[in-house]
Design a protein around this ligand. Structure first.
Ligand SMILES: C[S@@+](CC[C@H](N)C(=O)[O-])C[C@H]1O[C@@H](n2cnc3c(N)ncnc32)[C@H](O)[C@@H]1O
Length: 138
C-alpha cells in the first residue's frame, strides 16, 4: 500500500509531473465550475487526497460561494491537511470526510452531483499524466 500522505510531496516541486497534472486538473475544474447554472453547485471529490485540486481553485473562483463541496478521503493525515487548508481559506462549505470512497454509502447522502472529481489510486498509477475528470451537467 503506498504512503498516500507522502505521495503528495511531489506537489512541492512545481516542475514535477504531478504538479503539471495538477495544473491541468485545476484548469478543467475551474472551467467546469464557471459553466454550471446559477445557484448551488454540488461538487464532490472521491479519493480527494489533501484536496490540492479543489482547494487550489475555490478560494479565487467567481463561484466560490455557490460551491458546496464534499471531499471523501481515506487517509486521516490527508483529511486533516485538507480540513486545515479549507478552514484557512475560509471555505465553510467544504466538507472533508474520512471514508471509503469505494462504498456508495460514504457519499450517498450527497447525491446527485454537478461536478465530480475522480482520482482512484490504480487509475492514477496507470495514467500519471492524465487527469480523470468528469463534468456531469444536471
Ligand atoms: C493518487 S492520490 C490522489 C489524491 C488527489 N485526488 C489528487 O489528485 O491530488 C489517491 C488518494 O486516494 C486515497 N484513497 C485510496 N483508497 C481510498 C478509498 N478506498 N477511499 C477513499 N480514499 C482513498 C489515498 O489516501 C490518496 O490520498
Amino acid at each position: 500500500m503506498p504512503d498516500w500522505h507522502a505521495w503528495h510531496e511531489s506537489y512541492d516541486d512545481p516542475g514535477s509531473l504531478l504538479s503539471e497534472r495538477l495544473a491541468v486538473v485545476r484548469a478543467h475544474l475551474s472551467d467546469a465550475l464557471a459553466g454550471t447554472a446559477a445557484g448551488e453547485v454540488r461538487l464532490r471529490s472521491l479519493c480527494a487526497g489533501q484536496g490540492h485540486d479543489v482547494l487550489g481553485v475555490l478560494p479565487d473562483h467567481s463561484r466560490r460561494d455557490d460551491v458546496a463541496a464534499v471531499l471523501v478521503e481515506a487517509d486521516s493525515r490527508n483529511v486533516s491537511a485538507a480540513c486545515l487548508r479549507a478552514h484557512a481559506s475560509g471555505l465553510s462549505r467544504v466538507e472533508v470526510r474520512q471514508a471509503d470512497a469505494g462504498l456508495v454509502a460514504s457519499y450517498a447522502d450527497k447525491l446527485p452531483v454537478d461536478v465530480l472529481l475522480l482520482c482512484a489510486p490504480r487509475l492514477a498509477a496507470a495514467l500519471p499524466a492524465e487527469p480523470l475528470f468528469t463534468f456531469l451537467p444536471s
